[in-house]
Design a protein around this ligand. Structure first.
Ligand SMILES: [Zn+2]
Length: 374
């Protein structure tokens, strides 16, 4: 028999943020629970690219009390919340209808199941990797553990998220050696006697972890470690973190002319019109950045892309890169809304795992404010 288990916004958030950590969002972005109460029990959920009045009304009709959007409704500090602005009117509506609003923005752009990987897969790219991996987000933690407790300590650290990557988990390095110590005064050593120099067979246990998991990993390690005072080192790393980052890059099946590539993009993204500037004539390696991607053009060039599919490009940007790299502006909405089914799927699996009967809907509204006249 299947019982409905109440799931709070806070519990949902904890699971969802393991999949799309807020720590990888760009500085100045505004992600997470923007409006609402984390102790509210979730009824139904609506997923949309944008929070609009039409989406909010639809959510109320669907008896939803959680709206998950890609674009944060509140981005700049609000000086007043009145119906005189679109944001103010919507904030009032959401609060009056007890609708919680949660946003996953640049953190959703930066995960391998997010906007850019979905865009790359929609365009049929192969050998996909992250275009611009995030930097300085990895930490190495080294701890010295008596042989008898290595497995316990390693397990505790792994469970807190250390030594874990997309394709591998439980990654560590272990080297054996001798540790020395002398307990003084009121010490209560796990091994040996106070006042006497002791030696112990220890393992130097090393793991990588994402910096935002570090506090949890250290706390789990200290709990599992038998020593009163634990010797451990934390090293910030300059390595790129290839698990997270903005944009994606890959190859089309076989080299094609730019005109053929444009037809391909138009068809796959169902975009009514495309603005572009030609590159070097043919397209094989393609970079993609859903939404506004002009900041990643240089990175796409460095990585050998023949074309960059993105949106929100300016006249002079097209001019600067004419015949250097094919810039394809396929529309902000068109390059992003394709991620909605994947978000809904991830949320559904969280809700189902928690044995809740809350339903997850993708909005039926098109939230694109840009129309095309031809
Ligand atoms: Zn966007």
């Amino acid at each position: 028999m299947f019982f409905d288990t109440p799931v709070t916004i806070k519990e949902f958030q904890k699971s969802f943020e393991l999949l799309t950590p807020p720590a990888i969002a760009w500085k100045g972005d505004n992600v997470g629970l923007l409006i609402g109460r984390e102790n509210d029990v979730i009824r139904n959920i609506v997923v949309a690219l944008d929070a609009t009045m039409e989406v909010a009304v639809e959510a109320v009709k669907k008896k939803a009390n959680l709206l998950v959007t890609h674009h944060p409704l509140i981005f700049q500090p609000l000086r007043r919340i009145t119906p005189t602005s679109r944001t103010g009117e919507l904030v009032l509506f959401l609060t009056e209808h007890k609708l919680n609003l949660y946003a996953a923005h640049t953190n959703l752009d930066s995960v391998k199941w997010g906007v850019n990987y979905v865009l790359a897969k929609t365009l049929g790219l192969k050998n996909i990797s992250i275009l611009s991996p995030i930097k300085e987000s990895l930490t190495k933690i080294t701890v010295f553990v008596p042989h008898t407790h290595v497995e316990n300590v390693a397990e505790a650290m792994h469970n807190a998220g250390a030594g874990m990557f997309t394709k591998y988990d439980k990654c560590s390095f272990r080297g054996e050696g001798i540790g020395t110590f002398r307990g003084m005064n009121d010490a209560n050593p796990f091994l040996g006697e106070v006042g006497k120099l002791e030696t112990a067979k220890e393992t130097r246990l090393e793991m990588l972890c994402e910096t935002w998991k570090l506090a949890g990993v250290i706390s789990a390690m200290l709990k599992a470690h038998p020593y009163e005072e634990v010797a451990y080192d934390v090293y910030p790393l300059l390595n790129e973190n290839t698990e997270y980052g903005i944009g994606a890059i890959g190859d089309v099946e076989s080299s094609m002319s730019e005109q053929k590539f444009l037809r391909h993009v138009k068809k796959k993204l169902k975009t009514p019109t495309i603005r572009y500037t030609p590159g070097k004539g043919s397209v094989r390696r393609v970079a993609v950045v859903g939404g506004s991607g002009s900041e990643l053009i240089e990175e796409a060039l460095r990585k050998g892309a023949d074309a960059l599919v993105t949106a929100d490009l300016k006249y002079h940007t097209f001019q600067d890169y004419n015949k250097k790299i094919m810039l394809v502006d396929a529309g902000h909405y068109e390059t992003e809304h394709i991620v909605l089914p994947t978000i809904a799927e991830k949320i559904k699996s969280i809700v189902t795992a928690k044995k809740s009967t809350a339903k997850v809907f993708i909005t039926q509204q098109t939230t694109n404010s840009i129309l095309y006249y031809s």
